[in-house]
Design a protein around this ligand. Sequence first.
Ligand SMILES: [Zn+2]
Ligand SMILES: [Zn+2]
Length: 310
Amino acid sequence: MKIRASGLCGTDLHRYRAAEPTEMITGHEPCGVIAELGPGAPDGLAMGDRVMVHHYRGCGVCEMCAMGYEQLCPQGRVTYGGGTGHGANADYILVPSRTLVHLHAALSFEAGAAIACGTGTAWNGLKKMQVSGRDVVSVFGQGPVGLSGTLSAKAMGAHVIAIDIVPERLALARELGADHVINSREVDAVTAIREVTGGAGASAVLETSGNPQARTQAVQCLRPFGRCCYVGVGGPASIDFNRDIIFKVATIYGSWTFSKSELLEIARFMVDARVPVDQLITHRYTLDQAVEAFRTFDSATTGKCVFVMD
Ligand SMILES: [Zn+2]
Ligand SMILES: [Zn+2]
């Protein structure tokens, strides 16, 4: 596949900040066109097709792989751009044809890259909670995944409260439709969420930051029968199971990206609901600008950062 866009995503920073340099090419949000097809490729794929990559390879035949959840394959997996397989921050990437899905003509390569991990992850967490116009959704963290959660929850019709500690990101959340923004460095997020919900709390919460305090507050701010979905990877947190889960009759979900078919479902939603996915993207770089790109993304002040190739 010839890469046309490759997004930077939160987990890239774990490797970027690590003491040990990685030998593998990063970039797990590949989007581009088919440049070469090996023997045995499906009839539905052709040279030049615009595609996204479901960026995992499992054994290909077990129950998880058959579901399109190759990241859950018990035989182990390769994650393209995730340290076990070369990623998309390059001119080309070699992947099995079964990992490819077509990119809708109405979506840009940059939007396709975002959907291929970060944006899709946020959307799928909201889908698990069946978010609708009846919900008040709190989205903890307004990095690229959290901003995607804000944008997607608005597109699903919900009232949205965006929480972060960085003013630039809260301003972006406002632009993307957040009804309320809360700086949890300045005020107690749980108290603030209760204040803007007439004391009730949120009916659904998407936790994208992985921050231990946010992980705890995510269930503290729930109203009775609330749902909470964790997608942000981070450190251990302490939860009062009696007060915040049992006696709230709460439902807790975990979500790890999405299956291959869900990748198509997410992209279709973005097209059908006319979600302005490109508005998430605040910074575009060439591969030559990789040092600046990672440094800027690591500053935690940006929306989505994307490498764009000709
Ligand atoms: Zn990712
Ligand atoms: Zn498998």
